[in-house]
Design a protein around this ligand. Structure first.
Ligand SMILES: Nc1ncnc2c1ncn2[C@@H]1O[C@H](COP(=O)(O)OP(=O)(O)OP(=O)(O)O)[C@@H](O)[C@H]1O
Ligand SMILES: [Mg+2]
Length: 292
């Protein structure tokens, strides 16, 4: 069914909450479609340290001007961000240009994007397929208008599946097919690939520092969110899977501080201690160090 849904050439956007299986689906499609259509499989912008995680048959790309023709190419959000941080370009602009020329170059482009609300309208409307892994709690509310309808349908569709099974499904919206499709992880999948950017320092730039709102995908929240909501949406799925290291916790503290700008440090320390299960001393130390 996937082959009838993602034609050659075409473009697809995968979105969904954190940890919902966007990257796994992206890599699975890369493997599956390159076999089905006999195309070169490539991935854009994977950090050097992580390249050994992929089989030799997958080509690594670092130059947007020379993307191979007759190929299926995966862009995982983080990779694109990494790139745009270095080149100070806007990822919307990059995506728009890539989509425009992809047909002539006989490419299938797959974008796996968490922060779909940040996508330009023309990027959303020019992809051939929108694929939703399980949407986040707030995704529907704050999703851009173009995707809200689809997000509603996806939320409904996911209701029919048990929570533990939801990573295996995706709600697909395209001119060829609308509905749920199943996917596995690719043959070469590893948890390390799932966290390809863990431990890779991004250049410190004030204006691109992620805020807590960025991380859970909220533009404007009418009510201040409670600690419970943050924990559910952001931390709980990861808590059991990835113990965060100090640098990661420092980033989370920054985000929580900017979200709770009106609260005292005392409040924030208590909240962070609880969320990360660390001592107050640990957290205070981290609050005094800027992450790099
Ligand atoms: N189809 C699937 N079947 C079983 N487990 C899956 C499937 N897809 C993903 N997973 C598991 O779910 C977890 C998250 O997957 P993945 O890294 O693809 O999510 P993500 O949406 O890309 O996360 P992030 O938002 O952090 O980038 C991983 O542990 C992965 O092994
Ligand atoms: Mg991912």
């Amino acid at each position: 069914m996937w082959k009838e849904t993602i034609l050659y050439p075409s473009t697809a956007l995968i979105t969904g909450k954190r940890g919902s299986g966007k990257s796994a689906l992206g890599y699975w499609l890369l493997e599956y479609l390159s076999n089905e259509y006999n195309l070169v499989a490539s991935v854009f912008g994977l950090p050097d340290e992580k390249k050994h995680l992929l089989p030799d048959s997958i080509i690594h790309l670092d130059d947007l001007d020379n993307l191979p023709e007759e190929s299926v190419i995966l862009f995982d959000e983080a990779h694109l961000k990494f790139y745009s941080r270095r080149f100070k370009d806007d990822s919307n602009e990059i995506m728009d240009q890539l989509i425009t020329i992809s047909r002539q170059k006989s490419q299938i482009l797959i974008f796996a994007i968490h922060e779909s609300r940040k996508l330009d309208k023309n990027v959303v409307s020019s992809v051939d397929a929108v694929i939703l892994k399980e949407p986040g709690l707030f995704q529907r509310e704050f999703e851009r208008r173009e995707l809200r309808n689809i997000t509603d349908k996806a939320l409904n569709a996911f209701e029919d599946y048990e929570k533990k099974d939801r990573k295996r499904y995706a709600y697909v919206y395209s001119s060829e097919f609308i509905g749920m499709l199943k996917n596995t992880v690719p043959s070469f999948w590893s948890e390390e690939l799932s966290r390809a950017f863990a431990g890779i320092p991004l250049r410190k730039e004030k204006e691109t520092k992620p805020t807590w709102r960025d991380m859970i995908g909220v533009v404007e929240s009418p009510e201040p969110l409670t600690l419970d909501q943050i924990v559910v949406d952001r931390f709980e799925p990861k808590k059991t899977v990835i113990p965060l290291n100090n640098t990661q916790i420092e980033r989370e503290i920054d985000a929580i501080r900017s979200a709770y700008g009106n609260k005292s440090d005392d409040f924030i320390v208590k909240m962070v201690c609880e969320v990360f299960n660390r001592s107050e001393d640990d957290i205070l130390n981290m609050m005094n160090t800027e992450y790099t």
